[in-house]
Design a protein around this ligand. Sequence first.
Ligand code: GLC
Length: 548
Amino acid sequence: MTRSRSDWWRRATIYQVYIRSFADANGDGEGDIAGLLRRLPYLRDLGVDAIWINPWYPSPLNDGGYDVADYRDIDPRFGDLAQAKELIDHAHALDLKVVLDIVPNHSSSEHTWFQDALRAAPGSPERARYIFRDGSGPNGDQPPNNWRSVFGGPAWERITEPDGSPGQWYFHIFDVTQPDLDWTNPEVRDEFLSVLRFWFDLGVDGFRIDVAHGMVKDMEAPDLPYDESNLLDSPQIADHPFFDRDGVHEIYRGWRQVADAYDPPRLFVAEAWVEAPERLARYLRDDELHSAFNFDYLKAAWSAEALRVSIEQSVTVLGSVGAPATWVLENHDVERVVTRYGRTDTTGGTVQQRSDERLFDEDLGRRRARAAALLMLALPGGAYVYQGQELGLPEVIDLPDEALQDPVWERSQHTERGRDGCRVPLPWTSGGPSYGFGPGGSWLPQPAEWGAMSVEAQDGDPGSMLELYRSALRIRNTHAGLASDTITWRDLGSDVLAFDRSDGFVCVVNLGAAPVPLPEHRQVLLTSGPLNADGHLPADTSAWLVTT
Ligand code: GLC
């Protein structure tokens, strides 16, 4: 596979760097650009094509950096613009693309625009960049409507006017420190086009768009029918007033023109939690975004039936608009797959609602995670690997309460522990301070077993998760059969997923309880675990075969 073609993203493996937890060079307990720079050779040797870096902009980090205070700079904890440029250039020299994260739905309340809005009067141009409304009720002391924040509690916050009187309310889908921008305002639209150009000019290859299904809202829509028993759930209704509205597509058509004006053209990946693959495909029409995370696949249970349906639908529906499918099992918002696949209920979702459940079988989860890695990396299209997924890190489910930082913990009144358990800093070495994460501590406590799961501990061990990922990516990058777009299913029974790619490449995954015979083959390229003595494929195991 050549990596320099302008459609490199169609089959790319993109590694997600949660920068705060990746590698810490200056010893302040938080990851940084200098740490990432030093570890770029590790990523090149792993065999990925690109890195996607979570927000690194100046931010109070109330929501892990998804609360941006300045879209054109770097948070001093992570580095500065000169280091960002150095990182981009270095990555390119190693043949790695760099994708950043853009957060257009909301800014931080510390952004100068929001600070200006607080100082300005109702109805002013400063307030018009956000969504300010008068309250309801006789004194305006009730929120304008009953809409709720995704993180729990009301989606409205009342401000105090500059003269000290109780004032207007502003809308925030997420944390109270993440006011939503008003995308009906041309100034907001122009600002983001300019931000895109700023980073493209610096050399970045693309953007992951945060909450790409947000931005456009129907603020006149009535109250929503919430299920009070589950405050974190957005109501699943058609014509949702703030998610997946048709108007958002016009914005992306404008963004695409900006990306296409560069040589090579820049890339967009949508983070869009929408109802169905058909809705997702709308974001990926020719003149809109290039690709999107496949959350349908991430949400599917570890079952042959569920995964087959998800794979077939994704390939067909996305193919209908000429977009590649993508495959994702983990990110910084969901439970680690070793843990999820070790539970009774293996389905995934947006905000971890179960991280306080202690019950899971780690060995089972790890075996399945290994099998799942070979399934994912054998599918046509792009794949995402979240840092630590290649080490098989489990969710850290027992972080002490006082260590929790995700706003979900506070906003759910301590009923949901949030997403910190998948954000614990990486172990690079078997011992030492913060297991090689950095010379100091670690902003979230690392468990004692982190050393045994470190890069150092797994490096060169043929049975390790790290070596499985390295081998799989080596084959993925070199076997002609994996460069095609074709997938042809074989019927090996209802508990088995088996498919041919081209050039004789076959992937077989046994999701049932009993071992199954492998189809006729010339060579076994890779398996996620040992085959039985009779050559049969055990439960929760995958094999890559060559048949010709
Ligand atoms: C996205 C991010 C998540 C963040 C939210 C609000 O879903 O992935 O981490 O909390 O947007 O910006």
